[in-house]
Design a protein around this ligand. Structure first.
Ligand code: HEC
Ligand code: HEC
Ligand code: HEC
Length: 114
């Protein structure tokens, strides 16, 4: 296994993010805070309706960067209580059902950041 630890940064400016593979989001943070749903739904429509598959705004990418790990190197699902998507949505009283179909853990092996 390739050790990726050196590429991992802890981007905890907001307190919501444990693990960023890069230190920046796919769009400026302020924009993402307000418009991530538009970004996601646009990406979905491009893929599902037009068959266009790109990486930049992929839901898989969000999960890869925004999931945390527990103390044993296990990925915690992004929609678990207190995790990235869920914590903010609870606060904002938003309900999303994306993870019935989409995976809520990374699809890459993320090095244990310890
Ligand atoms: C009923 C199952 C289902 C649900 C629920 C669902 N999706 Fe999807 N989604 C799919 C399928 C199937 C595709 C097509 C995958 C492909 O062809 O690559 C897709 C594709 C996507 C894509 C484009 C692929 C990518 O990641 O770049 C995005 C983005 C996406 N969905 C976001 C969402 C979001 C956000 C929600 C919740 C609001 C959601 N989906 C809920 C089944 C679902
Ligand atoms: C390459 C890693 C990476 C990817 C991919 C990524 N993000 Fe981010 N995201 C970050 C980082 C790092 C920050 C915090 C940046 C900062 O604090 O300036 C962030 C910030 C955010 C914020 C603002 C958080 C807050 O507390 O205000 C939201 C919302 C967000 N991302 C959603 C998403 C969504 C939705 C996707 C997928 C479409 C995604 N991100 C993809 C790394 C990523
Ligand atoms: C910084 C807080 C925050 C974070 C983090 C966050 N969201 Fe959101 N999200 C919101 C808010 C607030 C809304 C409602 C916006 C509105 O109604 O205008 C929302 C709405 C959505 C919607 C549209 C729901 C609907 O019914 O219209 C989707 C889809 C979504 N978020 C996906 C995600 C995903 C996936 C993640 C994790 C990768 C995430 N969000 C992380 C705050 C956040």
């Amino acid at each position: 296994m390739i050790c990726m630890t050196s590429e991992l940064v802890t981007a905890n400016n907001t307190g919501n993010i444990a693990l960023g593979i890069d230190d920046q989001c796919v769009e400026p943070t302020d924009y993402m805070r307000r418009y991530h749903m538009d970004v996601l739904l646009h990406q979905r429509d491009e893929t599902v309706l037009k068959g266009i598959r790109t990486k930049k705004h992929s839901l898989v990418g969000c999960i890869n960067c925004h999931t945390k790990q527990d103390g044993h190197g296990q990925n915690i699902p992004i929609n678990d209580e207190g995790q990235f998507c869920e914590s903010c949505h609870t606060y904002a009283a938003v309900k999303i059902d994306c993870f019935q179909c989409h995976r809520s853990t990374p699809d890459i092996e993320v090095a244990n950041d310890e």
